[in-house]
Design a protein around this ligand. Structure first.
Ligand code: FES
Length: 230
């Protein structure tokens, strides 16, 4: 999915194989709409539906006369009508390099996600013994009792909660629906997502869709002075 999105983005941004990129974007948007955002409430907040139809002009008309690689290819065809084979070779080599670049970018994004997921709780793995040797997220005094504060873990925002004095829990701030940053409201009201109004209790469980799963827990431990990743 990541590789497809990057390829579509590059195609649209540079106007290369615009109709094909638009078709790819429509397929991606349609699949996201039918899966991830199908249950969005209200229904018109399902952004994928808008993206799906927003690609239509590009699918029907391509990049047109705008500055684009497609227009450049068309001009080259007109100016050098006898070099079709060279041109085809160049287009194939360029397309192949573009695809390779998209694959590398997508693989890099996936690898980064895997690396980050290494810091969160994996339910299928045995629970590690908490230690206070991990990186410090913040001082315990920065987290109000009965409240929460944000911290950064591997460049991603994490909510650290202290619902009872000295007992810390933490959750990835990214909404499991489409990745917006959730906001902590209170211990009683939990978290809310500003994008499509998903809600979660303060234990991270989903209480209102369109999200279908809870917030991702992040394992933390306190040494009394600091809260660490464990
Ligand atoms: S991103 Fe859609 S509800 Fe959070």
């Amino acid at each position: 999915m990541a590789i497809g999105e990057i390829a579509v983005g590059l195609g649209i941004a540079f106007g290369a194989f615009t109709r094909l990129a638009a078709l790819g974007g429509m397929v991606l948007s349609l699949s996201l709409w039918l899966t991830v955002s199908w249950g969005a409430e209200p229904w018109f907040t399902s952004a994928d539906l808008v993206y799906l139809f927003a690609f239509t002009p590009l699918l029907l008309h391509g990049a047109g006369a705008t500055p684009s690689l497609d227009a450049w290819f068309a001009r080259a065809r007109e100016q050098h009508p006898g070099t079709a084979e060279d041109r085809t070779r160049r287009v194939l080599v360029g397309g192949g390099l573009g695809l390779l670049g998209a694959v590398l970018l997508g693989a890099g994004a996936l690898f980064r996600g895997d690396k980050r997921r290494g810091t969160v709780v994996q339910p299928s793995q045995p629970a590690p013994t908490p230690t206070a040797n991990g990186p410090v997220l913040l001082k315990t005094s920065q987290v109000p009792v009965g409240g929460a504060a944000t911290a950064s873990a591997d460049g991603e925002t994490v909510w650290v909660l202290q619902l009872a004095r000295g007992q810390f829990t933490a959750y990835d701030a990214r909404c499991p629906h489409q990745g917006c940053a959730v906001q902590f409201r209170s211990a009683a009201d939990g978290f809310a997502c500003p994008c499509h109004q998903s809600a979660f209790d303060s234990a991270g469980n989903v209480t209102r869709g369109p999200a279908t799963s809870g917030l991702t827990p992040v394992k933390v431990v306190s040494d009394g002075e600091n809260v660490h990743l464990s």
